[in-house]
Design a protein around this ligand. Sequence first.
Ligand SMILES: C[S@@+](CC[C@H](N)C(=O)[O-])C[C@H]1O[C@@H](n2cnc3c(N)ncnc32)[C@H](O)[C@@H]1O
Length: 278
Amino acid sequence: MHRFPSKTAWSPEHISTVWFDSHFNHAATRVIDWVGAEMDLDNASSILDFGCGGGVTTLGVALRYPSVEVHGVDVGDKFLQLPDLVTEQLHLQQLPDNLHFHRIQPLQPLAEKHAVDAVFSWSVFEHVPQSDIPAIFTDLHGTIKEGGLFFLQIEPLYYSPWGSHLRRFVDIPWAHLFWPSERLHDVVMNYDGEIPAQHQGHQYHALDMEDFKRFHLEEFSSLNRITADQIRMHVQDAGFEVVREQRLNMDIIVPEVLLEQHRKEDLLTNGILLLAKK
Ligand SMILES: C[S@@+](CC[C@H](N)C(=O)[O-])C[C@H]1O[C@@H](n2cnc3c(N)ncnc32)[C@H](O)[C@@H]1O
């Protein structure tokens, strides 16, 4: 008897970009490790990825837990390109049935439609206007079932050495805090080196180099300036109890002039991973 391969059989040996690997493997397994340490994921019914972007991390969780309904929500629609991407990167014939994507409006309430065991968010809350964060966390609290979990990751945070998200063009720590914005703009636009493989995301392949640079300058100007302490405080204010936290600290010398304006801790905290319980 001939056995056809399952439509959701995936072949990780075809992954050819660092960017895909960093989401499908690294980010998805971090989410699973953190959430799975406090919850039996095999017996969970649904999980939501807030700010899922292209949906690669969402897919990474959905394929590893086929019995869990995994919902990705985002204000953008990059997840529409996922089927083509996974044909190329995983030789996957179709997206799994337990994976669902929803395009939402900023601040659209999710608690009205979803009741999930856990919410996760990877590299999102530095891109959301800071003033929206309390309302979003309160809504996510309403979206999670009693005893459920909220996991978030942010890296880099704004005040950290490469908090501009522009390191692919400018490798000077805190350049975004030192330099006037015109100088930062000019250095980025005049950059003519290679883009490191881990920074060649979706935009790198979709845009020409001029537009790629403009995209990242616009992204920089839209970043919020939230600190790790503030994120933790907002999570608690929304009604969650923090059960685990990891701050990604850097060990480099901070110029005196920055210490006059900012807390050393904020300047050296590159990122945060946080797990909270409802
Ligand atoms: C840097 S991307 C990260 C995407 C994905 N989590 C990943 O790791 O590839 C940030 C994402 O947050 C989304 N986003 C920003 N504000 C949002 C909001 N208010 N609600 C939902 N998604 C939002 C953006 O559209 C974008 O896809």
